[in-house]
Design a binder for this molecule. Sequence first.
Ligand SMILES: C[S@@+](CC[C@H](N)C(=O)[O-])C[C@H]1O[C@@H](n2cnc3c(N)ncnc32)[C@H](O)[C@@H]1O
Length: 239
Amino acid sequence: MYDNYAEIYDLIYEFLDYEKTAKKIKKLILKNKRTEVNTLLDIACGTGRHLHYLKKDFKCTGVDISDQMLDVARKNYPDIRFIQADMIELDLKEKFDAIICLFSSIGYVKTYENLEKTIINFANHLKQGGVVIIEPWLTKSNAIAGLASMTTYESDDIKIARQCVTKIAGDITPFEMHYMIAKKNEDVIYFKDHHELGLFDTDKTIQMMEEAGIETKYLDKGLETERGLFIGVKKKNSY
Ligand SMILES: C[S@@+](CC[C@H](N)C(=O)[O-])C[C@H]1O[C@@H](n2cnc3c(N)ncnc32)[C@H](O)[C@@H]1O
């Protein structure tokens, strides 16, 4: 998955305004917190761009499953702590005041069984009164199959085109990302990247969060991607 294209991830998503999103995240954390918030954990942090903007307000840690994404993150932000881990098996033996999991990364856990394990892990890593923010992937009711999409990036030295046609298979969106990359003085390269994300029902996700001791609300319009947003606060009397 992301291992193939960590080096070009920031180029293909150059159009996203991470600074603006980070400002919204900070606001939501401060509005919802029921404890002092000093430490923040970004789960599935990718190349660390949200943390770059959050580190002036919080002591930040990033976790991601992909060593290649973390290599880019560590190179760009050597002052931030990054840890390689799978969110489904996360066990850092540490609790944080805030946890974020953005840009639909939660979808990669694929099944409800994994989603439940992951949400329990989030709860176990959160202090009482701390805030968790999860930006979900699509649901079965708003996912559309057959949509063609293309994202491009170009500079003098590199031209990138990424194309995809959306698919739905049961509770999963399996899709192939087709990449063509032309670098100055090099041959054009082509590769495919296969992604599978689970289509998780909003009410079921809220129920899992509540059962994990997280008081949860859902916003229809969340951050930049307008994919909704779960905002939870760990209950005071929970473990
Ligand atoms: C869409 S990217 C989002 C990255 C970053 N949060 C951002 O907003 O740019 C999804 C990230 O999830 C990571 N990921 C996928 N499955 C994961 C898992 N089971 N545990 C931790 N990270 C995972 C990928 O390596 C990738 O960096």
